[in-house]
Design a protein around this ligand. Structure first.
Ligand SMILES: *Cc1c(COP(=O)(O)O)cnc(C)c1O
Length: 232
């Protein structure tokens, strides 16, 4: 797996998509999703200038956290309340806030260590039963519920759109996310600072950027397939 070559390709694609959307390469944060890949792959990516990594499982994040100095970690997958305590001091951002109960737990744990934890609200844009996240129509009541938690900073929204080969359909979901993002930016909550729109993975990150994403989460496109060899 040639991580360096893959990354150069991804960097180039990000830059071009950013230009198409009237922005700069540096306006887009790339999260390298290292789940299932060994720390050697993370080191390799670090050598190529990437230092923000995403994991979707707490246990795996903790293992890599201990082995990789200096990297920044984002928790991008579903988070169980009883695991918040393990990661609260280790991650830069939690992308998968999907319930008030989880927010309460993050808030409680963050308060204990005198931290304010940036979180993104996960939106279930395709209303899929298999996915977690808030429905579009529930976002305002959800925001109101979050407004009492002074040790979380609600920093934006995240989604994983329904899997489809139809790029137009994917684009529609991203457009809807951008509309939600622009709408909720305007609010009076002191623990809100909406600036991140986290969407786009290996198969669709260029479309996501064109539609306004400023955080993309790319795994396969950098580290290769997760199905076969775990070797770098
Ligand atoms: C695995 C994962 C990604 C990366 O997916 P790829 O298709 O490998 O790029 C992005 N976001 C989340 C939430 C993930 O779980």
């Amino acid at each position: 797996m040639n991580i360096s070559r893959n990354l150069n390709e991804v960097f180039k694609n990000i830059e071009n998509a950013a230009i198409r959307s009237g922005r700069k390469r540096d306006d887009i944060m790339l999260i390298a999703v290292s789940k299932t890949h060994p720390v050697e792959a993370v080191f390799e990516a670090q050598k190529c200038g990437v230092n923000v990594f995403g994991e979707n499982k707490v246990q795996e994040l903790l293992e890599k956290y201990d082995k990789v100095p200096d990297a920044k970690w984002h928790l991008i997958g579903h988070l169980q309340r009883n695991k918040v305590k393990y990661i609260i001091d280790k991650v830069e951002m939690i992308h998968s806030l999907d319930s008030i109960e989880l927010a309460a737990e993050i808030n409680k744990r963050a308060e204990k260590i005198k931290k304010v934890m940036p979180v993104l609200i996960q939106i279930n844009i395709g209303k899929e039963e298999s996915k977690s996240g808030i429905f579009e129509e529930d976002i305002y009541s959800f925001m109101e519920g979050l407004s009492v938690f002074s040790n979380i900073l609600v920093s934006g929204i995240m989604t994983i759109p329904p899997a489809t080969d139809n790029k137009d359909k994917t684009r529609e979901y991203f457009k809807r996310m951008k509309e939600i993002f622009d709408k909720i930016k305007v609010n009076n909550y002191s623990n809100f600072d909406i600036k991140y729109l986290s969407m786009g993975m290996s198969s669709d990150y260029e479309i996501a950027i064109e539609e306004g994403a400023n955080i993309i989460r790319v795994g396969t496109g950098i580290f290769g397939s997760r199905n076969y060899s775990k070797e770098v």
